[in-house]
Design a protein around this ligand. Structure first.
Ligand SMILES: [Zn+2]
Length: 348
């Protein structure tokens, strides 16, 4: 349905003076890419779609799982039962809420190889991921292209967020020069996460997005904002002097992740809190899922839908395969085992 005139649909937002009709028009012309449509990304995507952001690109590598339903508000039990890719399920739900905007779902992993294709043309990139590797890649892409981006993270009942304006504010590497060593940080898996902190951090991200898109950059909070909702503590850390003269990304403009060697080997990554390992081929493939479905029927229960092929193996592993050769192997967090199963099913 696109039959609702914008001045009616967005009346309350236009009435808010700092946005007004001009800000709303800018929001309507804007393109925002949201990377990760998990807990944070669902809230941001929901608010920006309803606010009338003209084009939304949604990038997420995962499928909907029962443990997502506690906080990921765009998904329902049917999506979890069928293992629908999050980007697809989110796009469907958002299109029902606002048929007047363009929504581009991509059920893929953001990589150095596809970042230009996925993020190119975006006026703003918003972080909905749970993973420092992807954030560092986003940071490099955004600094290189001069695209603003908004960092956000939540675990337990606390979270943090910061808005990065390349060339003006510190970037993520200025504040966190090295990725935290594996196992040193609480994750959603070890510490859990409750919905209110997710909604709070994501709402701050969405508010910053609307300020930026409406052209009101003077209203951005300009802090590294840390929030603990259990203790009800708000700590805005000034970052005005935190730009580092030796930052490899925003000062020296070395983009190691974007320009690094691309592996010839399939790459594995454990998905936080999911007992799932992702295996990505060195080069994207173009698989005939229907033919594979026929071959795999002897190996367990096979389901094929428009987005992926799923095999529930007799050993309990659930193997979800995308047409580009990327697979999610649920029921293990052992990358070695996931690689072996992948090779067994698809060859080298
Ligand atoms: Zn920097």
């Amino acid at each position: 349905m696109t039959g609702f005139p914008p001045e009616e649909r967005y009346a309350r937002q236009i009435r808010f003076a700092p946005i007004g009709a001009e800000g709303q028009a800018r929001i309507g012309r804007a393109h925002v890419a949201i990377v990760g449509v998990g807990a944070l990304g669902c809230v941001v995507a929901n608010q920006l779609a309803r606010a009338g952001v003209g084009t939304l690109t949604l990038v997420d590598r995962d499928v909907v799982d029962a443990s997502n339903l506690q906080r990921q508000l765009l998904y329902d039990e049917r999506d979890a039962a069928s293992g629908t890719p999050k980007a697809v399920a989110a796009a469907r739900r958002l299109a029902a809420a606002n048929g007047g905007i363009a929504i581009r779902p991509h059920a893929v992993d953001l990589t150095a190889a596809n970042a230009d294709t996925l993020l190119g043309g975006a006026d703003l990139v918003v972080d909905g991921t749970d993973n420092f590797g992807v954030r560092y890649l986003m940071n490099e892409w955004c600094v290189r292209t001069g695209t603003p981006w908004i960092y956000g993270a939540a675990v337990g009942a606390s979270g943090m967020t910061m808005t990065v304006l390349p060339g003006q504010t510190p970037c993520l590497r200025c504040l966190f020069p090295e990725p935290p060593p594996g196992g040193s940080l609480d994750t959603c898996e070890t510490a859990g996460v409750v919905a209110p902190i997710v909604d709070t951090i994501a709402s701050i991200e969405a508010m910053e997005a609307l300020k930026l898109l409406a052209g009101r950059t003077e209203a951005l909070h300009g802090k590294l904002l840390q929030v603990d909702l259990w203790r009800m503590e708000w700590q805005p850390l000034g970052i005005g002097h935190a730009r580092r003269a030796d930052c490899p990304v925003c000062a020296e403009r070395r983009f190691e992740l974007l320009e690094g060697d691309t592996s010839r080997e399939p790459v594995t990554a454990a998905l936080c809190g999911r007992n799932t390992v992702q295996v990505s081929p060195a080069e994207p493939a173009a698989l005939d899922l229907e033919r594979l479905a026929g071959r795999w029927r002897a190996l367990g229960d096979v389901e094929l839908n428009a987005y992926l092929l799923r095999l529930r193996r007799t050993d309990g592993l659930l193997f979800s395969l995308f047409p580009d050769g990327r697979a999610l192997i649920s029921g293990t967090d052992d990358p070695g085992r996931a690689r072996r199963v992948y090779t067994e099913l698809l060859g080298e």
